[in-house]
Every structure is written in structure tokens, then in C-alpha cells.
Design a protein around this ligand. Sequence first.
Ligand SMILES: NC(=O)c1ccc[n+]([C@@H]2O[C@H](COP(=O)([O-])OP(=O)(O)OC[C@H]3O[C@@H](n4cnc5c(N)ncnc54)[C@H](OP(=O)(O)O)[C@@H]3O)[C@@H](O)[C@H]2O)c1
Length: 272
Amino acid sequence: MLLVTGVSGALGSLVAERLAGRGDVVLGTRAGLPGTRLLDFDAPETLPEAFAGVDTLLLISAGYGEDDTVVARHEAVISAAERAGVRHVVYTSLSGDGDHLTYALAHRWTERRLLRSPTLDWTILRNGLYAEFLTWIAAPDADGRITSPLGEGRLSAVARADLADVAVSVATDPAAHRNRVYELVGERPLGGADLAAALGATYAPGTLADTRAAVAASGAAPFQVPMLASTYSAIAHGFMDGTGVESDLRALLGGREPLDALDVFVRAVRAG
Ligand SMILES: NC(=O)c1ccc[n+]([C@@H]2O[C@H](COP(=O)([O-])OP(=O)(O)OC[C@H]3O[C@@H](n4cnc5c(N)ncnc54)[C@H](OP(=O)(O)O)[C@@H]3O)[C@@H](O)[C@H]2O)c1
């Protein structure tokens, strides 16, 4: 039996759609949706029941929070999986070129925790930043200007739908992917000028200092300020353009072409 966590989230719901109707799959979420198992990493008492009869766990990272919060969540879920006799955990991590992002720490901690598990097999899906995520960090303002501090940097963004396809393919055949780490970044790096051109906007990159101050003043949680600043800086300074990792995306998509990240970005911006 495969259990997928986090199925009310954007990635988890795409995974759940793809697995709909399968008798050997159960879905877990905090949201209490009909037909799902209640599963909350912040409430570890929910986990033993959620894991009953489960051999394979697709652990969608629960990554919004300070490092100690996220690490505690992931420790709770992995140790509960070990106790429940789960055999294989597939974990959605962060691409290897993302080590300069503040939120890399909790992902690398979780990878290490799985690698050191005395009982679990594992597969690490090192997801690149989503094409949809660009709408958060590089949407045009009301004057049609993208002012995000991306400099001349580019991001090899990847469509969530492609990551969902890979997660389903791996989690439904875990033995074929036992103890493997996969890098899943897009093939076409996008810079601020590309995003602006596709939308008929202009690109006028601001500074990291101005952006950090604006994010801090926007009501963002304190951990989100360095999270976003490190994302801009890593992209602007060339760490996220896909040249630092060898992507397994196309191979794990069965050889098909990944979705066009620019097209996904444009559609997501237009959808609001
Ligand atoms: N690669 C990227 O660009 C990128 C961007 C943003 C985030 N991420 C990471 O990838 C994950 C999935 O992305 P997404 O776009 O689907 O994010 P999302 O839509 O914000 O969903 C958040 C996810 O975190 C889960 N979660 C949060 N707190 C939890 C808890 N206490 N116990 C169990 N699950 C919990 C949610 O599960 P429920 O169904 O229980 O709500 C949901 O699956 C995020 O959580 C984050 O770690 C990646």
C-alpha cells in the first residue's frame, strides 16, 4: 500500500489526481478531506493510524517554517514510518543547485535522516523550483514591470505537473528506484527579461536590499524574508540555471519533453 502525504497542497493534489481510483493507494492530509486519512506531522499521535498497512510512503515536504519546525515535522513522520514498518520512503526534496537557499537545510537534514535510517529504503526527488513559483517571486507589478532582483541570472524552473508525474512513477515502482537521488530541474533556464518579454512587460531589476525591505514590510513571516532573499540571490548569481546539476527529469518522464516552464509561468500569471 502506498500512502501519499499532503494531498491538499498544490503538488500533493496533482499526485492524488494521477493516482485516483487505485485500490493500493491511500491519501493523507491535515485537511480532513473525505476519503483521506488524517495525517498531521505537527500532531504525531495521528501518524500510527495513518500508516497502518503502508509499505511505501510518498512524503511531500512540509517546508514552510523555521528549520526547527520543519525538521521536527520530518523527524516525526520518518520515525513514525520506521515504527510502523514502512519499507520505502520517497521524499520530495530540493535540487542540488539549491544549497544556497536558506530552506535547503531542512531538506538536506531530511535526506540525511533517510540515508541513515536503519530500516528504510529511500528515494530522494530533488525537485527544482516550480515554474509556478516564479509567479510569487517575479510577477509584474501594476505598471507592467518586473522589478524582482534576479539580475542577469536565470532559473531552470520545472512545472509542478512534471514533478507530480515523476513522483507517481517512482512511488508506484519504488524498488526500481531504491536508494537513488534524482535531480529534477527544467531544461530551459528563464531570466527576468524572458519572463517580461513573454508577458509584454518590462524588466527593471531592483536591488536585494530594497526587495528584502519590501518583503519584510509586507507582513511576511520572519523566516520568509531570508527565504525569499536567498532565492533571489541564488538565481541572480547564477546558481540555479541548471548548469550545476545533471537533470534526471526527462529520463524519469519516460523520455518525453518536460512542459515548457515559460508557458506554465505565463498561464499561471494570467490565471491570477
Ligand atoms: N520546488 C518549489 O518551487 C517549492 C516551492 C514551494 C514549496 N516547496 C516545497 O514543496 C512542498 C510541496 O509544494 P506545494 O507547492 O504543494 O506546497 P503547498 O501547496 O503550500 O502545500 C504545502 C504542503 O505541506 C504540507 N504540510 C504542511 N504542514 C504539514 C503538516 N503539519 N503535516 C503534514 N503535512 C503538512 C501540506 O499538506 P496538507 O495536505 O496536510 O495541507 C501540503 O502538502 C512544500 O510543502 C514545500 O516544502 C517547493
